[in-house]
Design a protein. Structure first.
Length: 191
């Protein structure tokens, strides 16, 4: 099998894993389900990912890169750190409005598999990366305590996701955006 075949199989498997894990949860999806959805033979599936834990880890790594890349690309449309912070929540609102929105892949995985699962460290790494991005934006916005503002913004981020997941109301991103604006106004007054 060539490197191109291997990469094609890997992409097919990860696409199928996302569709199935996101729609049905990780526990209920078997490697045979992934095989059927990806059209990758079971022996090649196991050569690519020797265990379901390996597949879940690769799936989460892949989703982490896709999410952060999409968010970074979105933020290039904004000039200032303040606009970028508001843009984060506009981006979320658009994501929440998608018909297949079922919440945060990372939060869903953590809740389903637990803190002791091998996937937990990848989930926590993703959450730390989001916090770092928000903290960097707060620093760029000249927040007097960027770590505290980053933590507040992450609370808005995760709270909006959880509420939108539970209620199917994308408006929670707009409420988070309004609260982020209030935080930014407080920073501006303090300057």
């Amino acid at each position: 099998m060539t490197a191109v075949d291997t990469e094609t199989s890997r992409r097919q498997i990860l696409t199928a894993a996302h569709e199935l894990f996101y729609a049905h949860g990780i526990h209920s999806v078997t490697m045979r389900h992934i095989r059927d959805a990806s059209n990758v033979p079971l022996n090649r599936l196991y050569r690519t990912f020797p265990s379901k834990d390996d597949l879940v880890a690769a799936y989460l790594d892949h989703r982490d890169h896709l999410t952060r890349d999409a968010l970074a690309a979105t933020l290039t449309a904004y000039d200032t750190a303040e606009e970028k912070i508001i843009g984060v929540f506009a981006w979320m609102h658009e994501a929440f409005r998608q018909p297949d929105f079922r919440g945060c892949v990372f939060t869903n995985t953590y809740v389903e598999l637990g803190a002791e699962s091998p996937a937990a460290r990848i989930v926590l790494r993703h959450k730390a990366a989001i916090r770092a991005l928000l903290t960097d934006l707060a620093r760029d916005a000249n927040a007097p305590d960027p770590d505290a503002v980053g933590a507040q913004l992450q609370l808005l981020w995760d709270g909006a996701i959880i509420l939108a997941t539970m209620t199917r109301d994308p408006g929670h991103a707009l409420h988070a955006r309004a609260t982020a604006r209030a935080i930014l106004a407080t920073i501006a007054v303090g300057r």
